[in-house]
Design a protein around this ligand. Structure first.
Ligand code: F3S
Length: 279
C-alpha cells in the first residue's frame, strides 16, 4: 500500500505569517489575547496558550493590553472599538482577506450591492460584510432581486472552491442579468486555496482512498473533503487517532493525504506515521 501526500498540503502563507507574528509579539511584549482562535485548529491554539496567548470570545472580554486579530480579519467597527478602549492591536489579517475587504468597501462606496459568496457565520465573511455596510449580504444561494440594488458586485469567501463560485456566478447571471444594470465579479478566492484544492483533486484522481486532515471548524479543510469525496472514498479526521483500520481493507492500494491550511505539520506527520503502522 502506498501513502502519498498532496503536493500542496497544510499551513498556507497566511496562517504561517499570523502564527509567526503572534509568537514574536508574545515573546516581545508578554501575554496577549486573540479575538477568537487565531486559526481554526485546536492544536495550534493550545501551543500558543503555552506562550501566554489566550483566546477571547469577544472584545468585551479584553481589558486593555494587546489583542491580535486573526488571519480571517475583522470589520472596521471592531478596530474602532478596540482603539477607543486603548487596546493595542496586532493585525494578522491575511493579505488575501484584506484584498477582499478592500473590494467590498470600494464596491459599497460606489453604490453597488455587495454579494459575498460564502458562509455568513464565518469570521472572515463577517469581517468582509463589515466593510460592505448596509450594502452587503452573504449567501451560498442566489439572492432574490428585491434584496439587491441595480448595480451588483459579487465576491467570494477566500476559501471557497472555484467550481462552486463559478456555478454561483452562472446561476446569478441566469437569474438577474436582465434586471441588474451593472454586474461586477471579483474573484477573491486565494491562491493558496486554489493550489491546495488542485493538488488534492490531482491526488484524489489517482488514489483509492483520501484522508483529509484538519479541524472540523476549518472552512478550507471542509471544502477539501467535499471536493475529494466527489471523486473517491474520503475520510475527514482531526487527529491520527480517528483513523479506523477498517477503511484500509479490501481494494486500497494508494492512500492520498491532504490537509487544510490551518493544519500543523506535526498533525499531518502523525497521520502518515499511523497509516504506515497499519500497512
Ligand atoms: Fe490567507 Fe488563503 Fe491562507 S486567505 S489565511 S492564504 S487560506
Amino acid at each position: 500500500m502506498e501513502i502519498e501526500k498532496a503536493a500542496e498540503i497544510g499551513f498556507c502563507t497566511g496562517v504561517r505569517r499570523a502564527i509567526e507574528m503572534i509568537e514574536r509579539a508574545a515573546a516581545e511584549i508578554g501575554p496577549l489575547h486573540t479575538l477568537g482562535p487565531i486559526v481554526h485548529n485546536q492544536q495550534v491554539v493550545e501551543r500558543l496558550a503555552r506562550f501566554g496567548v489566550a483566546v477571547a470570545d469577544s472584545l468585551g472580554n479584553i481589558e486593555g493590553g494587546t489583542m491580535a486579530i486573526s488571519s480571517h480579519g475583522v470589520g472596521p467597527q471592531i478596530i474602532e472599538e478596540a482603539e477607543a478602549r486603548d487596546i493595542n492591536i496586532i493585525d494578522t489579517t491575511c493579505p488575501f482577506v484584506r484584498r477582499t475587504q478592500a473590494a467590498a468597501k470600494k464596491l459599497a462606496n460606489a453604490g453597488f450591492s455587495v454579494v459575498v459568496f460564502g458562509d455568513r457565520d464565518h469570521p472572515e465573511v463577517q469581517g468582509v460584510l463589515g466593510y460592505a455596510g448596509e450594502k452587503g449580504l452573504a449567501t451560498i444561494e442566489v439572492p432574490p432581486f428585491e434584496s439587491l440594488s441595480q448595480r451588483v458586485g459579487i465576491l467570494s469567501q477566500t476559501t471557497q472552491s472555484f467550481s462552486a463560485f463559478h456555478r454561483f456566478v452562472s446561476a446569478f447571471v441566469e437569474a438577474h442579468l436582465e434586471t441588474v444594470s451593472e454586474l461586477r465579479v471579483v474573484n477573491t478566492i486565494c491562491d493558496a486555496t486554489r493550489r491546495h484544492q488542485e493538488a488534492a483533486l490531482e491526488l484524489a484522481r489517482r488514489s483509492d482512498l483520501m484522508i483529509v486532515v484538519g479541524s472540523r471548524s476549518s472552512a478550507n479543510t471542509r471544502r477539501l473533503a467535499e471536493l475529494c469525496s466527489a471523486l473517491v472514498e474520503t475520510h475527514y479526521v482531526e487527529t491520527a487517532q480517528e483513523i479506523d483500520p477498517e477503511w484500509l481493507g479490501g481494494h486500497v492500494e494508494r492512500i492520498g493525504v491532504t490537509a487544510g491550511a490551518s493544519t500543523p505539520d506535526e498533525v499531518i506527520d502523525e497521520v502518515i506515521s499511523r497509516l504506515k503502522l497499519m500497512q
